[in-house]
Design a protein around this ligand. Sequence first.
Ligand SMILES: C[S@@+](CC[C@H](N)C(=O)[O-])C[C@H]1O[C@@H](n2cnc3c(N)ncnc32)[C@H](O)[C@@H]1O
Length: 298
Amino acid sequence: MIHEPRTTEAEVPLKAPMVKSHYILPSDDSEITRLNLQNQLLTREVCDGKLIFAPAEVEHGDQVLESGTGTGIWLLSLADTIPPTISFIGIDIHTRLFPQEFPSNVSFLQRSITNLPAEWTERFKIVNQRLLIGGLTRKEWKKAIQEIHRVLVPGGWFQCIEPNIPLKTNIGPHTERMFAAVRDLLAKNGLVHDIVEVLGRKLSKTGFTNVQTHTVSLSAHRHEEEFNHRTLMEWFFLALKPGMLAQKLLQSEEEFGELMQSMLKEWDESPQVAWSWSVVYAQKRENNVGMAKFCIYM
Ligand SMILES: C[S@@+](CC[C@H](N)C(=O)[O-])C[C@H]1O[C@@H](n2cnc3c(N)ncnc32)[C@H](O)[C@@H]1O
């Protein structure tokens, strides 16, 4: 059955109170294409073909939440493979990327991960979140992790995928300059370029257990496949171009275009061009008794 965007729960309005957004990527048609292709590549190359990489099992009646769902491609791909008795909620601060058609066990809500409904406490078996590096400030990451911990059932899993933004690349000056512009753009918007390095610690501090990081380095050389890691990286920089120009990190379209061409030439000439991605996953402790013991012996 196909539905228009709506919420299944009368008490949760479709448009919740808005928070200020720091998000720096676009929400247009080419972003929809980019995100959907990126989903295929990340699932295949980073997550060994699995939509759920954490050792979580979903059963009849379980609920799954996706934070920053975008086009909902992860939720919809997962909903396709498991029984309709499992329900899914995708939240996002913007509704522009939401799909128009989806099955009846899926809902999409406008909501920030930093402020979830009180009645969602201990509701979800899995919370998935990918690529919020362009949306959350350091303070918001802390709040988001607390909210995710609150809404997971005891024993439930959080999984998160983010890119590693290098501080030094050793590829060449143009590549250095492009990555410096990316880091500056994130910093100017209060965002965090090294979230993968600090996320595990933040999760443990919030009370998560079994914190794991799985990092995969993917080549960015030319490839016969039409959409590959090199294309993904090119599209990522292109999606950041309006922000870079607005912040005057690069002065013009021409300067951006020249930098991009020179950078890609460096990639062709360098034998080992690769960028890495990490899946960070962690489990909410099984019950409060265990948590109390943990606190006493710390
Ligand atoms: C790069 S997109 C990734 C979309 C999707 N997770 C995927 O992997 O295809 C990041 C999404 O996070 C959303 N976002 C940014 N800040 C958010 C927040 N505070 N709460 C919820 N969603 C947010 C953006 O609107 C955008 O749709």
